[in-house]
Design a protein around this ligand. Structure first.
Ligand code: UD1
Length: 418
């Protein structure tokens, strides 16, 4: 067990390198299953989730190497198309292997992901989509068993533009016979990267980056080399911290991916200067209370909702933060209140009444983004904050305490086994 100990109320200053995006690399790793031969992925963030995915690919029988943010995946042979419970349970994105396995091998057994810290997260769109492509789906002993001789293209409409279902179905459809049209598809930058990677492998995909994607199946795909896009959620986390705490330059970002959060931190009163791929944020003298409603891309990301609430907890005035993607993603709220924040949850909204200051305390993180929000709060709080159960943060942020320490934060990791 580890915890982060933060002495708050220090200004941040300097530069921070943004890592490759977790949510982009995971589907790209799954897409490597679609081709025999060696896929090379650069700028792979060294995270618990990328290691879990690597382990899963290894369990399937794939050869995999991962050093210094570079990964090689050789999926020439797959021995066992089975994603076991203990890995899927650790990371829902393991479900991404379902589409590629059925498409290339005609069979997959993938444990059904359960709920998570912010409520039920079903996979019905993934399964209905695969059935539309002709797969036979059964549930046995908590496992999804999907089988198909050859998938056949079809028209699929999602009730909601799910990121995971869009990625999974695209990966299934690229090797299907004929045309698949996905309506109400997700157009997140991570899905765009997946599509572009698949096109580089020989896939035929139209409408990339729109809500209507058309895929013309091909017989075979070929391995390629790809560099992962910068993580817009990690970047957004540093932008939000900078809006309260100093002058930070984020290096190697794609500013266009961050327009919703940049717009909001300017309303808060922070200064933002964009210079090609770098973004400098200078803290607001007075933090204005600004409402946020999460939405699909290009809207304000649900993965930045918790961090936004942390910032709003010390704003002048009250704000309402509404999550339209996940109705129940507020486990950070009681922890922020332990620091003296004044936040109540009503339905899928948090009502944040800004307080003059928050004071360090012991808190506990419950998921990746909740951890990030507690770190930001700890950095803003007077005194010492201990963030416990910090293993969650390592799922999605590469060495976050080192990055904040380089900016002048007083933050260190303590192993409780010491
Ligand atoms: C991805 C991201 C996650 C982010 C989320 C929303 C990855 C690895 N994870 O998760 O960080 O918070 O997008 O931007 O990329 N839904 C269903 N049935 C389904 C699938 C989804 O009802 O079969 C619902 C979900 O419960 C949720 C909404 O659709 O309310 C969006 O979920 P989705 O876009 O699928 O999120 P993930 O792909 O799981």
């Amino acid at each position: 067990m580890e915890k982060l100990v933060i002495e708050g109320n220090h200004q941040l200053k300097g530069e921070v390198q943004i890592s490759g995006a977790k949510n982009a690399v995971l589907p790209v790793m799954a897409a490597a299953l679609l081709a025999a031969g060696e896929t090379k992925i650069n700028r792979v963030p060294d995270l618990r989730d990328t290691r879990t995915m690597a382990k899963l690919l290894g369990v399937l029988g794939v050869q995999i190497q991962f050093t210094s943010n570079k990964m090689q995946i050789d999926a020439t042979t797959i021995d066992r198309p089975i994603a076991p419970y203990d890995l899927v349970n650790k990371m829902r994105a393991s479900f991404y292997v379902l589409g590629p396995l059925v498409a290339r091998f005609g069979k997959a057994i993938v444990s059904l992901p359960g709920g998570c810290a912010w409520g039920p997260r079903p996979v019905d769109y993934h399964l209905k989509g695969l059935e539309k492509l002709g797969a036979k789906i059964e549930l046995e002993g908590g496992d999804i068993i999907a089988k198909s001789k050859k998938l056949i293209g079809n028209n699929i409409r999602f009730d909601f533009p799910s990121v995971g279902a869009t990625g999974n179905i695209i990966m299934a459809a690229v090797l299907a016979r004929g045309e698949t049209k996905i309506t109400n598809a997700a157009k997140e930058p991570e899905i765009v990267q997946l599509c572009e990677f698949l096109v580089s492998m020989g896939a035929k995909i139209d409408g990339i980056g729109t809500t209507e994607i058309t895929i013309e199946g091909v017989d075979e795909l070929f391995p390629q080399e790809v560099s992962v896009i910068p993580d817009r959620i990690e970047a957004g986390t540093f932008l939000i911290a900078g809006a309260a705490l100093g002058k930070i330059t984020l290096k190697n970002t794609i500013p266009e991916h961050l327009s919703a959060v940049i717009e909001k931190i300017i309303e808060v009163g922070a200064e933002v200067v964009i210079d090609k791929n770098d973004i400098t944020v200078k803290r607001a003298k007075k933090i204005n209370a600004i409402d946020v409603t999460t939405a699909v891309y290009p809207g304000f990301a649900t993965d930045l909702q918790a961090q936004w609430i942390a910032l709003m907890s010390v704003a002048t005035g009250s704000s309402i933060v509404t999550d339209t993607i996940y109705n129940d993603r507020f486990s950070h709220v009681p922890e922020l209140n332990r620091l003296g924040a004044n936040i109540t949850v009503e339905g899928n909204s948090a009502i944040v009444r800004g307080v003059k200051e928050i004071i360090g305390a012991k808190v506990r993180s419950t998921d990746i983004r909740a951890s990030a929000s507690l770190i930001i709060a700890g950095l803003m709080a007077k005194g010492v904050t201990e963030v416990n159960h910090i293993h969650h943060i390592d799922r999605g942020y590469e060495k976050i305490e080192n990055k904040f320490a380089q900016l002048g934060a007083k933050i260190k990791r303590i192993s409780l086994d010491d």
